[in-house]
Design a protein around this ligand. Structure first.
Ligand SMILES: [Zn+2]
Length: 285
């Protein structure tokens, strides 16, 4: 609710927003099923509620997964140069794996689009050594976009930055780093030579934690509907089912077993539909 309220207070009609996701898991190095549905659901909700212009960021390797999730949610994509003219569309861009290039790109994006809000959902965050890890403490640095420059520059420019995560190794978890280090396995000591642990360093204006990151996004969506009193902001179970199905068919992996099974963080898809149904009941009662 705090996130929904702050977003509503911050955003103006037709503002650009940035939504970042993408978590690639070993051993096959494939996108996991947590992240894209939440990112797409939030982009959709903010577009419907405020006519926001969402710029979605994901690693080039995972773009197809996000595109399929967008199509499942009936969201159109357009070139970023055309985004300002389109009523209901989003743009999809990749982001450098190299830190120096990421710094430059972050600078360019912020200058050109002046986003009102930057949201990172289920996005690997660097630890104190600048390395990125899975929950099991394996190093995945070379596979992931270095998005912290966007967050850090955004923070300095007074842009509202929101982090959504479920493990402690995601962008934004720096807000509660000491707690992550106390309770999360491998938080202090990873299994890679960096020895810095998986706890993420980056801080955001507002951190939303959830059992599953997608659910954190859905919670914000539901509260956006309650705050704005606009109908249809929270996506329905049909869209949820369609997003999950398209991701599993595309080969996305379950974040717990790292296998291509119809599960998000080990939870079968019926439970995710039930979560959406429950949120609808909560905000309508
Ligand atoms: Zn490490």
């Amino acid at each position: 609710m705090t996130a929904a309220q702050q977003i509503t207070d911050t955003i103006d009609r037709r503002d650009y927003i940035i939504v970042i996701t993408g978590f690639i898991l070993p051993p096959k190095y494939v996108q996991e099923s947590d992240g894209p549905p939440g990112a797409v659901a939030l982009a959709r909700a903010l577009n419907l509620a405020f006519e926001a212009k969402p710029i979605l960021i994901i690693e080039e390797k995972s773009q197809e997964f996000l595109l399929k999730t967008l199509r499942a949610a009936k969201m159109r994509t357009t070139d970023i140069k055309e985004l300002a003219q389109k009523e209901t569309a989003v743009s999809l861009i990749d982001f450098p794996l190299n830190l120096n290039k990421a710094e430059e790109k972050a600078e360019r994006i912020l200058e050109k689009y002046s986003p009102a809000i930057i949201i990172a959902i289920e996005k690997p965050g660097k630890n104190s050594e600048g390395e990125y890890h899975t929950m099991r403490g394996l190093n995945i640095t070379s596979f992931h976009a270095k998005v912290e420059p966007l967050i850090e520059k955004g923070n300095r420019q007074g842009i509202l930055t929101v982090g959504i995560g479920d493990g402690g190794n995601e962008v934004g978890m720096g807000n509660i780093k000491r707690t992550v280090e106390e309770y999360v396995p491998f938080a202090k000591t990873c299994q890679c030579p960096c020895k810095g642990g998986i706890a993420a360093e980056s801080r955001v204006s507002l951190l939303v934690t959830a059992s599953i990151s997608n659910w954190g996004a859905y919670g914000i969506e539901a509260c956006l509907q309650a705050v704005t009193k606009k109908k249809g902001i929270l996506h329905d179970p049909l869209i949820e089912e369609s997003m999950l199905k398209s991701l599993f068919e595309a080969g996305a992996v379950n974040g717990v077993s790292c296998q291509n099974k119809p599960l998000v963080d080990g939870i079968p898809h019926n439970i995710h539909l039930s979560m959406i149904n429950m949120l609808h009941t909560l905000i309508c009662s």
